[in-house]
Design a protein around this ligand. Structure first.
Ligand SMILES: O=C(O)c1ccc(O)c(O)c1
Ligand SMILES: [Mg+2]
Length: 908
């Protein structure tokens, strides 16, 4: 196990004596009551509020729930909610009291002492405080007889009682020892009520305290409350002041979370409970006169980003290294015991880890760790531990630095470093290479790190970084991005030495999504971004090109001096200004599919991260670049297609995704079931599969080159392929692969011609393949069929394997009309021809090789084909696929093909 599993259970023996009890309402958490109680206990809560619907739905009896709570050391603080009780006519009161007695039974079985009664929202209630007080008093009297208490909670949407001041007047008037208040921060702060009056309430009359934050939203308050509450610290409410006010009353009950939130309601309850605990500990810390200590060590002062560690592999590593060189970095160190490189420029440092302790998709680079300078790393680590952050074990050799690190929710490791002058810190783990960064310092330090989280992890990550590092949260921004809503939140320390930005796509659903689902970036500081951009461009940095429209708009909005505007436009630098200063920044292209770098210059006191409107510009530019990257014309000598047989375990949408990730322009899709054992993807008859496939094609920019297989033997009728051809056309395919295993030449020519006629109005060519074991076994026979059929949209598909195995002649191939050849199936295989058909077929279906690994005359055959046709890699390789998976096999295939074939083209 790489990440130490935190047992989560707070060690009560070291919990500070007299500490405030911390509780959580079951309504905060996903699952059924079993999940909720386990999660609350594991996160170290002392108690729970049992929400009525959780109990009603439970298979456990109330007394079993009591036992289960006791077993987990959880008290049941309240049972709730009891609604629409007070200020009603006598007959309704009678029925309400009967209802209450039944609930008192439940409380007794639960062993819960307090029933939470919400102020009435019913049309039955009247505006009469005396009546409300009298009836609540009667309720309290019945509760008291059973040793129970009533906590009256004013709700923001109560019909007449909607403020704590009003509820307190009624409770005071009722003057019953078993009647007190429940204060809920949401109901107070959503109304902007003055908090000063809280201090006037005697603490002993506050029976319960519920805490929830929320974003400021202009909407119906019930909807706001029931869907958008947040754990303290994640919204806009001033909970620290609220909690401090309550504390001042002498309230001694629990701080209890009551957060209704649709995302938490569907998220892993164990993680959500940990979030809740972190938020409460941080709130206690932020609450003036925090009363009983929370046992949370104060966050040490931070002193900047020390390094960012990137997990890379042999594909992404060189791409990142080349880019860093072009940004002015030098590889200054090599780790003494691990395949980790240190790259430096000024105080900007990156580690490239070629053997990361993290799962990284092949060919990608990923931010796997970040290190911050801490005044007191051990205390930083203790604080993280108290905040339930898993401590990461670090493999180290004797004499190597012992860095404290903890795991963020997304798995990013966070290191706390103290870079003393004693030379003993982490840099000593690296042997100097002798290389020096440029003297002129194109960048000087790390400005910020930006991560993308799933929506389920977003709040959790924000809480983690904020509470563990002791950062202050900036505002949350929302952006209408090209692929949907983007939510962004940044956090920084008081001195702005460490900045972390978190992004998420809160509404991401379904399969229409950007090709780059979770981009990450590291931003470096430049003192003169224009000069740096010029120098980096000279060094060949892959700067992301920003379109002219952006600069025209910038001119219209801000009218920068013409030569500044010209320089920005020329160098693809973006610009923002506000009352505090200016921000100039540019981006690199995507490196290894999801990582990029940014270079920024802050002028004056600019504290933001660029204009919100520049984010869609950047995202559109990255997508544009990616689409260009799939096309041959952008510096690549050839278009490749991923033939389905290479990775037949991938469904068509997965195939498209794999092709896009690996850099194929096209896919070839198999719509028919050719052998009994293979999976079938019936696009022609499965509209849902058709839809998701088309969505992936559109989102990635990958196109369909061909569909297969129209295999027409003695018993098949071309007319049966009508729907198949239509499905191909719907996918935007250009070609249809056919095989003609029919000994009767006349019949097969007729049928081939018929298929061509059917395909023609759909814009498809029909390309005849000639596996050597069929009745159309070689190039010569295929050419005879084409001549005899005389169809303008007929073609021949040369598959290098079949060509070689059939003994077809390269000289003959050169003589045939170039317009017959639309693409080729490319692979390699051992040189010798297997003696039996069974072996031929076995090789063709399961054991082909990457180009260059076998003995086929690739150059001879390919040079006889028209220049520039797409190469469709059809390289089924069962063992390789089983070992590395279809996606990775597809990536290895194109890498090998490019190495072998693009080089040949370039050389020739
Ligand atoms: O939305 C509600 O119904 C509801 C119920 C119980 C509470 O404590 C509350 O604050 C709101
Ligand atoms: Mg409440």
């Amino acid at each position: 196990m790489l990440i130490a599993e935190h047992d989560g259970v707070r060690d009560r023996t070291v919990a500070p004596a007299g500490a405030r009890r911390l509780s959580i309402a079951t309504a905060c958490l996903s699952g059924t009551i079993e999940d909720k109680l386990a999660a609350a206990a594991a996160a170290g809560f002392d108690g729970v509020e049992i929400f009525e619907s959780d109990l009603i739905a439970s298979a456990w009896s109330p007394s079993r729930i009591r036992q289960e709570c006791a077993r987990r050391d959880l008290s049941i603080d309240v049972y709730q909610p009891f609604r629409d009780f007070e200020a009603v006519a006598p007959d309704i009161l009678r029925s309400n009291l009967r209802r209450a007695e039944r609930k008192f039974d439940v409380l007794e079985q639960l062993g819960a002492g307090t029933l939470l009664v919400c102020s009435s929202a019913s049309a039955d209630t009247v505006d009469d405080d005396d009546l409300a007080a009298e009836q609540l008093s009667a309720l309290a009297e019945r509760a008291a007889r059973r040793g129970l208490r009533i906590a009256y909670e004013p709700q923001a949407w109560g019909r007449y009682v909607d403020s704590y001041a009003h509820a307190w007047r009624i409770v005071r008037r009722a003057d019953h020892p078993a009647l007190g208040l429940c204060l809920d921060s949401f109901h107070v702060l959503s109304r902007d009520d003055d908090m000063a009056g809280i201090a006037a309430i005697p603490g002993a009359k506050i029976f319960h305290l519920q805490l929830a934050d929320a974003p400021r939203l202009r909407m119906d308050v019930v909807e706001w409350s029931r869907h958008h509450r947040l754990f303290p610290g994640l919204g806009s409410f001033d909970l620290a002041t609220f909690a401090a006010q309550v504390q001042r009353t002498g309230y001694a009950g629990p701080f209890s979370l009551e957060v209704f939130n649709d995302i938490y309601r569907q998220a892993d309850p164990r993680q959500a409970a940990i979030d809740g605990m972190r938020s409460l500990l941080a709130l206690q810390e932020a609450t003036a006169g925090a009363g009983p200590a929370s046992g949370l060590p104060a966050a040490p002062r931070l002193g900047g980003h020390v390094f960012t560690e990137l997990a890379v592999d042999e594909v992404s590593g060189p791409v990142v290294a080349r880019t860093l060189t072009a940004l002015g970095f030098a590889r200054t160190g090599q780790h003494r015991s691990k395949p980790v490189q240190l790259w430096e420029q000024g105080r900007a440092r990156l580690l490239l880890n070629f053997a990361p302790q993290r799962t990284v998709a092949p060919g990608t680079a990923l931010i796997c760790a970040l290190a911050v300078e801490s005044d007191d790393p051990p205390r930083s680590a203790q604080r993280a531990d108290r905040l339930l952050a898993p401590v990461l074990p670090r493999v180290r050799q004797p004499g190597e630095a012992d860095l404290s690190s903890v795991a963020a929710p997304d798995g990013t490791a966070v290191f706390f470093c103290r870079t003393g002058g004693d030379g003993l810190g982490w840099p000593a783990d690296f042997a100097p290479t002798g290389d020096q960064p440029r003297a002129d310092g194109l960048v000087t330090a790390t400005d910020h790190i930006a991560l993308t989280e799933s929506v389920d992890d977003f709040d959790q990550s924000a809480l983690f970084y904020r509470s563990v590092l002791g950062l202050c949260s900036g505002p949350t921004t929302e952006i209408a991005a090209p692929f949907g809503l983007l939510r962004s939140r940044s956090a920084t320390d008081a001195a702005h030495t460490v900045r972390i930005t978190l992004n998420t796509a809160p509404l991401r659903r379904g399969s229409w999504a950007p090709g780059i689902p979770s981009p990450q970036h590291v931003a470096f500081v430049s003192d003169d971004v224009i000069a740096s951009a010029r120098a980096m461009r000279q060094l060949g940095a892959p700067v992301l090109r920003i379109p002219d429209n952006y600069y025209d708009d910038l001119d219209a909005r801000l009218a920068p001096p013409p030569d500044l505007l010209a320089a920005l436009r020329d160098l693809s630098i973006l610009y923002d200004s506000d009352d505090d200063g200016e921000y100039l920044h540019f981006y690199t292209e995507m490196l290894g599919s999801r990582l990029f770098f940014e270079v920024v210059q802050r002028i004056g006191g600019y504290a933001g991260y660029g204009a919100v409107a520049s984010v869609p510009v950047r995202m559109a530019a990255h997508r544009h670049r990616r689409l260009l990257g799939l096309r041959a014309e952008s510096g690549r000598p050839r278009d490749y297609s991923l033939a389905h047989l290479t990775a037949l375990s991938l469904s068509p949408p997965e195939l498209v995704e794999a092709a896009a990730d690996a850099g194929y322009r096209y896919v070839g899709i198999r719509l028919t079931k050719v052998t009994p054992q293979e999976p079938h993807y019936p696009l022609a008859t499965d509209p849902a599969l058709m839809r998701t496939t088309k969505v992936r094609l559109a989102a990635t920019g990958v196109e369909v080159l061909d569909i297969e297989l129209a295999r027409i033997g003695p018993d098949e009728d071309p007319r049966d392929f009508q729907r198949f051809l239509e499905a191909g056309a719907e996918l935007g395919a250009r070609h249809v692969i056919t095989q003609l295993p029919d000994p009767d030449r006349g019949r097969k020519v007729d049928r081939f011609a018929r298929l061509c006629e059917m395909a023609r109005p759909l814009g498809l060519t029909v390309d005849l393949e000639f596996p050597s074991w069929t009745e159309t076994p070689d190039l010569a026979e295929a050419a005879r069929v084409l001549r005899a059929a005389g169809q303008p949209n007929a073609g021949i598909l040369v598959d290098l394997l079949h060509f070689a195995r059939s003994g077809s002649s390269v000289a003959d191939l050169r003589e045939l009309p170039a317009q017959w050849f639309h693409f080729a199936h490319v692979c390699d295989a051992p040189a010798g021809v297997p003696p039996t058909n069974a072996e031929l077929i076995h090789t063709a279906r399961f054991e082909r090789l990457y180009p260059g690994d076998g003995g086929i005359d690739l150059d001879g055959i390919l040079s006889a084909l028209p220049a520039g046709i797409p190469y469709a890699l059809e390289i089924p390789r069962a063992q390789m696929s089983a070992q590395v998976g279809g996606r990775e096999h597809a990536r290895l295939a194109i890498a090998a093909a490019r190495r072998r074939l693009d080089a040949a083209v370039a050389a020739g």
